[in-house]
Design a protein around this ligand. Sequence first.
Ligand code: XUL
Length: 509
Amino acid sequence: MSYYLGLDSSTQGLKAEVIDTAAGKVVGSFAVNFKNDLPEYNSPSGYLPNDDESVRHADPRMWVAALDMLFDRMQKAGFPMAKIAGISGSGQQHGSVYLAAPIPDWNPAQDLATQLVPLLSRATAPIWMDKSTGAECAWLTEKFGARLRNDTGSPAIERFTGPQIRKFAVNEPEAWAKTKTVHLVSSFMCSVLCGSDCPIDFGDGAGMNLLNLHTLEWDPDFTAATAPDLMSKLPPVKSSQTVAGKLSAYFTKYGMTAGIPVVIWSGDNPCSLIGVGGGSVGTAVISLGTSDTFFATMEDFVTDPDGCGHVFGNPAGGFMSLICFTNGSFAREHLRDELGVDWHFFDVTACAETQPGNGGRLMLPYYEAENTPAVQAGVVRNFDPATASKAEQIRCLLESQAITMRRHSAWQGGGNFKRIRVTGGASKSATFRQILANVFQAKIETVSIANSASLGAAIRAANGIEGAPFDELYVQFCSAASVIEPDPALRGLYDGMLADYAALEYSRS
Ligand code: XUL
């Protein structure tokens, strides 16, 4: 019997899924929530308060305290910890941890958070929500132009780790000089498990503006320009199937077996791609969260000519795309509050009362500054909302969100996916799923496991350790829970609206 543990160190907490590959089922799901379980870190949403709204840093002690708490919880719940044969993990992408000393083999007499303090060269870790590196991005763009995008898969992006490292090195040169290692959240948590520094994988490494995706090595020009001596401070970068190390004996206090293999961690989006069974060509994934993300396995390495999308390493080999739409559930919640309706009206009644196409009504739903395309906040409609019913305004938002996803995923085949798997809170809405099916003219499938990143990590552990092929693991753990077929009669309608949407976008820029 082989149990594999997948961990997900996410913005709001730490989650775990354990899979049994012999029985083909999930045998345990556990979680620690930063707001409810670790209030002493003053980070209810996963980051520390800051007077500057653009700055979003987290306390890395909270991440390791969550690890102690999670394992303690699993053991106290009677979970057979000794049956875990291997571990991998997923981390919120782009966040970075700065260490002045190597990760040691931990002393079981003290907790992890206490032992971490003397190792840190920077008390806090910038996370993916940080938007404070505009100047650094401008500098890197000026220096490298399109080369940055062509070689790393992304233009300079505020939340990406390279610009974040540069800001720290320029503003705090003494602390930078003391820094011996810069970890991502993923490689940091993996190192904590192993009690020694571990590498970064191609999936998460590609979110740094530092990894050359043609050579799959740290790019000497980008690293040299980003910060002094950066190359010597980065962990090695390795394939996502690498066994990074062995579990530290520290964790035997939770009943785990010292020395079991730990597969290199990856980013949460690469792990989710695996967790929803999307690691091979042909399936795209839409994750409907605060932001909506669209990601897919890529046939070839291509970059977004508009500079909005990203390319990351695919943990199953090759590459994956990722496009992030800031105004996802954020916009849906905003409109729902504005109209004063409940979720049942929003998710069910509104679409039942209106027709596909909705009289051609479209909107650019930029309730807050949008990533894709990169524009300031400001909602634009091609109609006067005073002339439309609440139901028509809601259908307009959902159809516009589906159309912008199709439009901005076209660079990597967005119009041609025949199967799309949807996850995230808003994927519960069957009407939104039907709109997505019609706009993309693709089957829309849901999956039964909500925590796709931790499930993906567990699958990656089974693949990396047992050698179980991903396709077999997808059949075991990622089957579709529901399928919605597109209505082929609506193809022409939405092709036309796609062109109208593009015209509306141009009219704004
Ligand atoms: C992706 C990104 C987010 C974080 C969330 O580029 O910034 O999806 O990974 O955890």
